[in-house]
Design a protein around this ligand. Structure first.
Ligand SMILES: [Zn+2]
Length: 189
């Protein structure tokens, strides 16, 4: 058995200019949870007690649903009326852009579908609700895209725009009915 050759000196061991002066040998500021960058690595370990790591701007509202920022306070409404039974529903934020869009679209669609089947709903409450949500939707649209959600939460799915939801078109029925009533009134006058 011949002895294996002695290891030759690795020519790169001494000549590697990066061996001694790697810039990454310094503490990497991104290695610590850095809330201002919203990195997912910062979502698990709070930077300090009482302050969630995903909080980018202390003192400003969190999304009630997913914890993301920025979020804006808002109240989203829906209304349903069946003959003499009326149901008023509201959801209060704050919501981020994704969750706010989701809630506004869902509750507006519900109102368009169910909001017309009692007289007061038809004349007062549903128009008010739709105008209210329209104003809220402008507020939501003005929000910047949300940062990361809090651990374990996901932003609500925005879903399709209201006018691409078939349920919204139930609103056409009362419009046709009102038009028919008005036409009858005029033609029989
Ligand atoms: Zn949210």
């Amino acid at each position: 058995m011949s002895t294996p050759p002695a290891p030759q000196p690795n020519p790169y061991a001494q000549s590697n200019p990066y061996a001694q002066q790697a810039p990454y040998a310094q503490p990497n500021p991104y290695a610590q949870p850095n809330p201002s960058h919203g990195a997912p690595t910062g979502m698990q370990a709070p930077a300090h007690p009482g302050a969630p790591a995903w909080q980018a701007q202390p003192g400003t509202p969190f999304c009630r649903s997913c914890g993301a920022q920025p979020a804006a306070p808002m109240t989203v409404r829906s209304h349903a009326g069946f003959l003499i039974v009326m149901r008023f529903h509201k959801v209060e934020g704050p919501f981020c852009k994704s969750c706010g869009t989701s809630v506004v679209r869902q509750m507006t669609t519900n109102t368009l579908a169910l909001g017309w089947w009692s007289p007061f709903s038809l004349v007062f409450f549903s128009p008010f609700t739709l105008i209210w949500n329209l104003v809220v939707s402008r507020k939501v649209a003005a929000l910047p895209a949300p940062g990361p959600a809090m651990p374990g939460a996901t932003p609500l799915d925005e879903g399709k725009p209201v006018l691409r939801r078939p349920m919204a078109y139930l609103a056409i029925a009362p419009v046709i009915w009102v038009g028919w009533v008005i036409t009858n009134i005029i033609t029989h006058a």
